[in-house]
Design a protein around this ligand. Structure first.
Ligand code: NDP
Ligand code: 8X3
Length: 252
């Protein structure tokens, strides 16, 4: 029996790379995001190229009712979710807190914290009933460090860090593993979203270095979920070789 993995935010970047890598490694994948056309393309690619099954669910993780409806609609053959990758997330804006835009704050808090909670709570009854499962939260180095103008994004990823620890404790007795992966600079659509479509500004964080790719982080997800049953990777931090942390980056 092939295992089933549900990946949120599978239409781009880390989530897309993860869904494709897991499909390549014999997982049947449930792919989610808000862009239906991209989900359709992904589903086709997974089925044709990787010869794996894919189920796509189009919903906004910020809307609790939509989340519940989408997860509730999963057909019986797909219900036994082995792995949940809570990846959907974003940074919007990079302003000092005094100039912060309320809508940006709400988008980050609602997506990165509340969305992760809504999806987790919808999937958990299935894992609890089976007495097994693995939740992988995509945090960030911004979840353990704070940098100038990163205020609310960093706070949201600090919340992911705290939630990962809290979930791990609460789910111990249910045999459910919880891991957090904290990437550093990864070149995806992340920066384009953070700079609201300004492609020039979006390139700047990656100048003079080789950032991580979505595939590099996907590889870490695959490692974490393929450890033996009695082993859990609690935290895995992954940065480009030329990045030590949020403050020290060596650029040529
Ligand atoms: P991308 O912008 O490339 O991908 C983000 C994904 O999240 C998209 O598939 C998007 O899908 C989905 N998404 C965003 N908002 C929502 C929403 N409200 N409902 C459903 N899906 C949503 O960024 P990354 O791949 O880089 O980011 C993935 C995760 O990695 C995020 O949690 C991010 O914080 C984290 N991260 C990224 C780093 C980086 O440097 N890139 C470093 C550290 C952590 P759609 O638009 O179709 O809804
Ligand atoms: C994304 C990495 O350094 O832009 O979480 O916060 S960073």
């Amino acid at each position: 029996m092939n295992k089933i993995a549900l990946i949120t935010g599978a239409t781009a970047g880390i989530g897309k790379a993860t869904a494709l890598l897991l499909a390549e490694n014999s997982y049947n994948v449930i792919i989610t995001g808000r862009r239906q056309e991209l989900l359709d393309e992904m589903k086709k690619e997974i089925e044709v190229k990787h010869k794996r099954n894919a189920l796509s669910l189009c919903f906004d993780v910020r809307n609790q009712q939509e989340v519940e409806k989408a997860i509730g609609s999963i057909p019986s053959g797909w219900k036994n979710i082995d792995v949940l990758v809570n990846n959907a997330g974003l940074a919007v804006g990079l302003n000092p807190v005094q100039n912060g835009i309320i809508d940006d704050w709400e988008r980050m808090i609602d997506t990165n914290i509340k969305g992760l909670l809504y999806v987790t709570q919808s999937v958990l009854p299935i894992m609890i009933e089976r007495g097994k499962g693995h939740i992988v939260n995509i945090g960030s180095i911004a979840g353990v460090q704070v940098y100038e103008n990163g205020n609310v994004y960093c706070a949201s990823k600090h919340a992911v860090n705290a939630l990962s620890k809290g979930m791990r404790i609460d789910l111990l007795k249910h045999g459910i593993k919880v891991s957090e992966i904290r990437p550093g600079l990864a070149e995806t659509e992340f920066s384009i979203v953070r700079f609201k479509g300004d492609k020039e500004a979006a390139k700047k964080p990656y100048i003079g270095l080789q950032p991580l790719s979505g595939n590099d982080v996907a590889d870490a997800v695959l490692y974490v979920i393929t450890r033996p049953k009695h082993v859990n990777i609690n935290d895995l931090e992954i940065t480009p070789t030329t990045q030590a942390n949020s403050y020290y980056v060596f650029r040529k």
